[in-house]
Design a protein around this ligand. Structure first.
Ligand code: KG4
Ligand code: ZN
Length: 332
């Protein structure tokens, strides 16, 4: 079955064609980076308008590689409501014209399917860690479409912390990749920023860490501060320590030997290295999607949609967008 995936939940307009949920035949992403750069963050109204301007081209480009598609999968949430509407309205129209089924996909679920797309032999159940700009969630991927949330952030998402700290350090938007790059030459032990372990839970917290970086900058005269690279590396190390350690503990306590990490922060070079090392030490498999499938893309949406259609779920059901869609109990 050939599925066209459409993703417009935030600032990437994306379309992809995936065969049988595992083989990516085509993937196009039109980034709005330059548009939002001057504002150091995604401006929702500009993002929706940019999706309107780009979506036809992006879909046309995908369809020009494979005219025959059997179904459409589109992100229905979570995300920016105006952006989600552009994707779902366009997808519904196309499905109606082509007289093919359409399914809604949870964006967070999609981030875990990025790992499945990349690793054809991987099968559920496994433990999933979603680390994106808006979410940090530990999820048990019991089966396709059956998820149980173990923990999530109580305040800022990991990606949000990267973005906010990049701002504090005067690094360019988007913050995550800038901190990652700056940290390459930095000393991760330069400043001992705090780690929020929140014992006894699988929850995370990153806002205290962000505040601690801000207070450090306020309290330390410029001439006494370590280099930006050292500050970036020290902050990044604190995020990575918590994400890796808490994920490993969750895997151990729930008996999982396969872990999938997805979302934009999964592109972080230090996080990837730390997960690879922890995988060796703990004798577990950690699946890290290729960088292009960590950040938002439509291949992961097409893959999730394929497995949903394969389960024979209601076709052509009304698609309802939900800016705050949860992954917990997203059972279909
Ligand atoms: O998954 P994603 O593309 O969009 C959302 O669903 O939010 O994630 C975007 C987030 C942003 O916060 C961005 O700064 C972060 O992922 N990010 C990174 C890196 N690349 C993207 N964070 C740390 N290191 C990176 N290399
Ligand atoms: Zn995302």
């Amino acid at each position: 079955m050939i599925v066209l995936g459409i993703e417009t939940s935030c600032d990437e307009t994306a379309a992809a064609i995936v065969q049988d949920g595992r083989r990516v035949l085509h993937s196009t992403i039109a980034s709005q980076l330059a548009l939002h750069q001057p504002f150091k963050g995604v401006v929702p109204e500009l993002a929706s308008r940019a999706h309107v301007e780009r979506i036809n081209d992006v879909i046309e480009k995908a369809l020009s590689t494979h005219r025959r598609i059997d179904a459409i999968a589109v992100t229905t949430g979570p995300g920016l409501i105006g952006c989600l509407l552009v994707g779902t309205v366009t997808a519904r129209m196309l499905a109606w014209v082509k007289k093919i089924p359409i399914v809604g996909v949870n964006h967070l679920e999609g981030h875990l399917f990025a790992g499945l797309v990349e690793h054809p032999r991987l099968r559920p159940p496994f433990l999933g860690l979603i680390v994106s700009g808006g979410h940090t969630e530990l999820v048990i991927f019991k089966d396709y479409g059956r998820y149980q949330k173990l923990g999530s952030t109580r305040d800022d998402a990991a990606g949000e912390a990267f973005d906010k700290v990049a701002n504090l350090l005067d690094l360019p938007f988007p913050g995550g990749p800038s901190v990652d790059k700056a940290a390459h030459t930095g000393n991760p032990a330069a400043v001992a920023f705090p780690r929020a372990w929140i014992p006894g839970t699988h929850d995370f917290s990153f806002s205290g860490l962000k505040t601690s970086v801000r207070n450090y900058l306020w309290d330390t005269p410029v001439r006494k501060r370590p280099a930006v690279a050292d500050l970036a590396a020290s902050f990044q190390e604190a995020v990575v320590d918590v994400l890796v350690e808490k994920t490993m503990r969750a895997a151990e306590s729930h008996g999982f030997s396969s872990i999938v990490v997805g979302g934009g922060v999964a592109a972080n070079s230090r996080l990837r290295a730390a997960f690879r090392q922890a995988a060796r030490e703990n004798k577990v498999h950690v699946y890290l999607p290729d960088l292009s499938f960590c950040t938002d893309n439509a291949a992961m949406i097409a893959a999730a949609g394929y497995f949903k259609l394969k389960r024979g779920l209601p076709r052509n059901a009304r698609l309802t967008v939900n800016a705050n869609l949860e992954i917990a109990n997203w059972t279909h």
